[in-house]
Design a protein around this ligand. Structure first.
Ligand SMILES: [Zn+2]
Length: 306
């Protein structure tokens, strides 16, 4: 892991370097943090020309904003992203425009730095189930995990039983020891988010590596807690007028009611589908029709189920 500061927060971004016979970096960070990532490679004794793949979980600027700059510094690296996001790496104009609309022109440059387009021949689109073969028996599997963004993917590494979760599981706020759902407008989708966490539970992983920030070996407990939080947030936001949804959510987060939920016991006693039903009942959350069936048939997020 190469820890990076971002948005004024010391430990916010954590790209990973995965080595086999080939070498991959997971997450680019921003253009502003790219020099620190390169310094991290130097510290690890890895030469820039030996990087074969730069893989991003999604194209938000804190994950992929620096990919264009890094592509210039890593001469052999192909840049990999989900097929629905890859074209925005080649032509980032829409991405830049929408980010400027949110933050303002100067702020985008200050926060993230210049966004540099990547030549199309260096970009490889990934879809669910695709394998990135690093050689030496290490093959990373792309897991399509929409919700945080419609083009989000995680990686599963069978060799270490590790999930590289990008932002599908939200943000770990280390200082206060909680996980916060990450629900950006306009594309966040609650039901897809929950389904994606369920999907990650199926991996039977022994460790989760977050992109924000660090890792945990307490996988099952953490994933169930995140499902509970997502459903709670959904319910809080839906429980009154749109105008004061933010205030309700802030109050709810302060009170941290979700911590009282005994999700670990439930996870042990029930199968996951039942747990979801129970949580939906407990919170009054309205799940998209068919989502439980999607899960039961273990199809959601797979090829043909976009
Ligand atoms: Zn992010």
């Amino acid at each position: 892991m190469i820890g990076l500061p971002c948005l004024g927060i010391k430990n916010l971004l954590s790209p990973y370097v995965l080595t086999g016979e080939k070498i991959a970096i997971f997450e680019a960070g921003t253009t502003n943090t790219a020099p620190l990532l390169l310094e991290g490679l130097d510290r690890l004794g890895i030469r820039r020309e030996d990087i074969d793949y730069l893989i991003v979980s999604h194209i938000h600027l804190d994950h992929a904003g620096g990919a264009g700059f890094l592509a210039g510094e890593l001469p052999s690296a192909k840049v990999l992203a989900h097929e629905a996001g890859a074209r925005h790496l080649i032509d980032p104009s829409r991405l830049i425009a929408s980010t400027k609309k949110v933050f303002g022109e100067k702020k985008v440059m200050d926060l993230y730095g210049e966004i540099i387009p990547i030549p199309a021949e260096r970009v490889i689109p990934l879809k669910d189930g695709d394998l990135v073969d690093l050689g030496g028996g290490r093959r990373l599997e792309a897991i399509y995990t929409p919700g945080h963004a419609p083009h989000h993917l995680c990686l599963y590494d069978p060799l270490t039983k590790g999930i590289f979760s990008g932002e599908a599981l939200g943000v770990w706020v280390e200082d206060i020891g909680v996980f916060s759902p990450s629900t950006p407008m306009p594309d966040f989708n609650l039901d897809q988010s929950v389904a994606s966490v369920l999907r990650l539970l199926e991996c039977d992983a022994g460790v989760v590596y977050f992109s924000h920030y660090g890792w945990t070996e307490d996988v099952q407990n953490t994933l169930y807690k995140i499902i509970g939080q997502l459903l709670c947030w959904g319910q809080v936001v839906r429980s009154g007028s749109e105008e004061d949804a933010g205030r309700r959510l802030a109050r709810y987060v302060r009170e941290k009611e979700w911590e009282q939920w005994d999700t670990v016991r439930l996870a042990q006693e029930r199968d996951c589908g039942e747990l979801l039903e129970w949580m939906a009942w407990r919170t009054g959350a309205v799940l998209a029709p068919g989502i439980l069936n999607f899960y039961r048939q273990k199809q959601y997020g797979r090829e043909g189920e976009k």
